[in-house]
Design a protein around this ligand. Structure first.
Ligand code: NAP
Length: 560
């Protein structure tokens, strides 16, 4: 691409070169015939996996389901090496896809978007980049992921720390040397649980600072042999149909059994089998683990007792299992030797519930009690300003104002795909869609296919503008909240699903908890009805957006 040109015009611009952006570019360029391009901040493809290179970074979805299913040819050519793909292997996979589909020619790397403004006179999006370049396009599609806006907590004194510190979501490309060093890790979510065992093996001493104890199921990762690869290749059709027919998009079925309808012995045996199989499958052994407190308690107690048995020091075991939320109401981690890591001589656990961090000082971390932990490096495994964060950061301005203002009380949109007052903008895996509650590539393919069809429809019918209608968006937003309220998912204090991990962020359950199958049906019906709920216009000029009844929405806000 001509890197010198300051202004470039396209039919469609896509932001982000991860799973979403790559497939969207392929569909719009190669199937609709649009002049489309991707703007990507990093210097390579990968999206989430371009940035998340921390020790132990690995996907929790199983490899046979963590891939594209739109092309049998691609599927047959690729070979995963393990049950769960590691971060570098996922980057290799996405590079392989970009090469096979010849996508690189339409990707602007090193291009960070800093503002997107809809120009009402021309009906185009003006996208400005950090390097003062301007791109224009009729269609703007975000593929920025749900977990790309990192959260470094505002802890007093960080700038005075004499060592280096890192956030796991922006890990240096060349890696970090921990050899002979004293490391402090803050955070014990899915990331921290993956990182700690690997860091512990490399460093002189690791101190894990835990605010909230977490469940974790053993991942039981293993390598794939050629026979299994062949089996996966031979079962392309079945695997595709499986991931598209389960509510989570994972390549396993959710049992229809109810937890309390089986005998105590049978229940324990089912939990135990799932524990031995490992991974996210544990969530699916009964259908009511996320809807019945009683059922959930059975699973929670089982997991806690298993964890306790792994840890030799009873005090450490107590701190690691004083878990304050139902199992899987926060995104459930899976691990490789996480709890066993605390049996190592070079690992210590700090209970921040009992003694919170008061500040970071030149030599390390000081707790409220005055206890000091001297450290050479600090690792922040402290998560993300999830889902809305990456979109708001783009500084998107529609005819009626900035998205940040429009979403100040939480995300309002239709299907997680389209926002009133932001014409011709589509948000792949946006808040209000199943996204993070599902196996992402499967959700991404569904969104990209839907958006592509919609753009094809508008092109065929010569429609200038399409955007979510306010009534449809309001109803959808309420439906998303009601659906979550029917589960245990909102019953958590600090969950990024609720935005509760970010100070000042509205506490609203963001993903759609109704399941991918139901969601797909809803999207298909709306498409078949000629995009019911959307405003389709052939005119130009600002669309007047009706005010959403925020009072009504707030009554569905979640509290515990
Ligand atoms: P997270 O789940 O939000 O966990 C952040 C951790 O940092 C929590 O333990 C949190 O404690 C702690 N924390 C945050 N601010 C803190 C503060 N000021 N002081 C002390 N502790 C603080 O973030 P994550 O682990 O990065 O995971 C985010 C999501 O990324 C996952 O849920 C998952 O969806 C995805 N992910 C996926 C994979 C995979 O597929 N392999 C791997 C990693 C991550 P509290 O719990 O008390 O807030």
């Amino acid at each position: 691409m001509d890197e010198q040109t300051k202004e470039m015009h396209f039919d469609a611009l896509i932001i982000g070169a991860g799973f979403s952006g790559l497939y969207q570019l392929h569909r719009l360029r190669d199937h609709v015939g649009l002049n489309a391009a991707i703007l990507e901040q990093g210097s390579g493809v990968g999206g989430t996996w371009y940035w998340n290179r921390y020790p132990g970074a690995r996907c929790d979805s199983e490899s046979q389901g963590y891939c594209y299913f739109f092309s049998k040819k691609l599927h047959q050519e690729w070979q995963w090496s393990e049950r769960y793909p590691g971060h570098s292997e996922i980057r290799r996979y996405l590079n392989f896809v970009a090469d096979r589909l010849n996508l690189r020619t339409e990707i602007f790397f090193g291009t960070k978007v800093c503002r997107c403004t809809f120009l009402t006179q021309q009906n185009v999006w003006h996208v400005e980049t950090e390097k003062n370049k301007s791109f224009y396009a009729k269609w703007l599609i975000t593929g920025v992921g749900c977990l790309s806006s990192t959260n470094v907590p505002n802890i007093k004194g960080l700038s005075s720390f004499e060592g280096n510190w890192y956030h796991t979501g922006q890990w240096p490309r060349g890696g970090v040397n921990f050899k002979g060093q004293r490391i402090g890790q803050i955070g014990t979510g899915s990331t921290g649980i993956q990182a700690a065992p690997v860091i512990a093996k490399e460093c002189k001493h690791l101190t894990v600072f835990q605010r909230t104890a977490n469940y974790s199921i053993p991942a039981r990762n293993d390598s794939w042999d050629d026979d299994y690869t062949q089996w996966v290749r031979n079962h392309f059709k079945e695997l595709k149909s499986l991931v598209q027919s389960t509510p989570s998009g994972h390549p396993f079925r959710i049992s229809s059994n109810l937890t309390m309808e089986v005998s105590e012995n049978e229940r324990q045996s089912i939990f135990n089998d799932a524990w031995l199989k490992g991974g996210l499958r544990f969530r699916g052994v009964f259908s009511d683990l996320l809807t019945s407190s009683k059922a959930n308690q059975q699973a929670s107690e089982f997991i806690k007792s298993k964890i306790q048995r792994k840890i030799s020091n009873p005090e450490t075991a107590k701190i690691l299992t004083e878990i304050d939320h139902p199992y899987a109401a926060k995104r459930p981690p899976i691990d490789t030797n996480y709890f066993e890591t605390f049996n190592r001589d070079n690992v210590a656990l700090v209970d921040l519930k009992a003694d919170p961090i008061s500040e970071i000082f030149a030599k390390g971390i000081r707790l409220r009690s005055g206890v000091e932990h001297e450290l050479d490096k600090i690792v922040f495994a402290t998560g993300f300003d999830a889902m809305t964060g990456p979109l708001i950061k783009l500084n998107v301005v529609g005819p009626n104002g900035n998205l940040k203002n429009y979403w100040r009380d939480g995300p309002i949109n239709y299907l997680g795909l389209s926002i009133p007052g932001f014409p011709n903008l589509f948000t792949i895996t946006g808040p209000g869609s199943p996204s993070v509650l599902s196996n992402m590539p499967v959700s991404i393919e569904q969104h990209v296919d839907w958006i592509t069809k919609c753009i094809q429809y508008c092109t065929d019918k010569k429609i200038d503008l399409i955007e979510a209608g306010e009534d449809a968006a309001q109803d959808w937003t309420i439906h998303v909240r009601e659906t979550a309220n029917a589960t245990l998912l909102p019953k958590v204090k600090h969950s990024w699903y609720l935005g509760a991990n970010i100070p000042g962020k509205p506490r609203v359950f963001m993903p759609y908890a109704g399941g991918l199958v139901t969601y797909r049906q809803i999207c298909n019906t709306i498409e078949k009805k000629g995009y019911s709920g959307f405003k389709l216009l052939k005119s130009t000029g600002a669309t007047n957006i009706k005010k959403i009844d925020l009072q009504k929405l707030r009554s569905f806000a979640l509290g515990i």
